[in-house]
Design a protein around this ligand. Structure first.
Ligand SMILES: CC(C)(COP(=O)(O)OP(=O)(O)OC[C@H]1O[C@@H](n2cnc3c(N)ncnc32)[C@H](O)[C@@H]1OP(=O)(O)O)[C@@H](O)C(=O)NCCC(=O)NCCS
Length: 185
């Protein structure tokens, strides 16, 4: 069994701090306009996003337009192959605010990953909850995330979204905390 996500998804998500409504969309259904790509480059170079996600991967080079284009291509391929599911959270005006993905079609347990722009603080936890609900509707029994030790803001997102800290697995690993949904969902 594989997930079969609906087309034309546009799931409303509220920013907990501002009360503004955003929309969670499949990345293969978003047009990568020049303006959108520029926004992604700006987000990729934001201090927290860059240092936690891209600094090591890009060998300390800045996040560039080529990286934003590659991100879209990777996102479209994942959807085409029904193997990885990248979503983008958009403002009402079509600006990107956050990204989140389900990294596999394994309904028994799939990893998620996410990042958000500091300009839109307050959206991440509710976006994770929206993905959790969507994944459950698609038949996923369990989601999990690996959070780098020291990334306390991300750990807080996990706990606010109702994930459980797997103490035993986290203790065994030098680099990551392991969070997961309970298998009862
Ligand atoms: C990790 C990251 C996504 C966290 O973002 P964030 O803005 O702290 O997360 P949220 O939007 O959920 O929360 C922002 C604030 O709103 C509050 N909030 C948001 N949703 C809430 C909810 N549903 N209920 C209660 N409070 C909520 C939080 O308490 C937080 O306030 P605080 O900092 O005063 O405690 C962001 O820092 C980031 O993108 N970092 C770089 C990439 C990264 O680390 N990704 C994760 C890899 S594992």
């Amino acid at each position: 069994m594989s997930p079969n996500f609906p087309n034309k998804l546009s799931i409303p998500v509220m920013n907990h701090l501002s009360g503004k409504i955003y929309f969670l969309k499949r990345v293969d259904e978003i047009e990568p306009s020049d303006e959108l790509l520029e926004h992604l480059v700006a987000i990729g170079n934001e201090y927290k996003v860059y240092s936690w996600i891209f600094k090591e991967m890009l060998k300390e080079e800045p996040y560039g337009l080529n990286n934003a284009n590659d991100f879209f291509e990777m996102g479209r391929n994942g959807w085409n192959e029904n193997e990885q599911f990248v979503f983008m959270l958009m403002t009402e005006n079509g600006e990107p605010a956050a990204c989140i993905d389900i990294k596999s079609s394994d309904l028994d347990g799939a990893e998620i990953g996410y990042l958000s722009s500091v300009k839109h603080r307050g959206v991440m936890t509710n976006t994770v909850i929206a993905i959790l609900n969507l994944a459950r509707d698609e038949g996923y029994k369990r989601l999990f995330a690996l959070v780098q030790k020291g990334n306390d803001e991300s750990s807080d997102v996990m706990l606010r979204a109702g994930f459980l800290h797997n103490e035993a697995r986290s203790e065994q690993c030098e680099t990551y905390h392991y969070y997961e949904t309970s298998s009862q969902q």
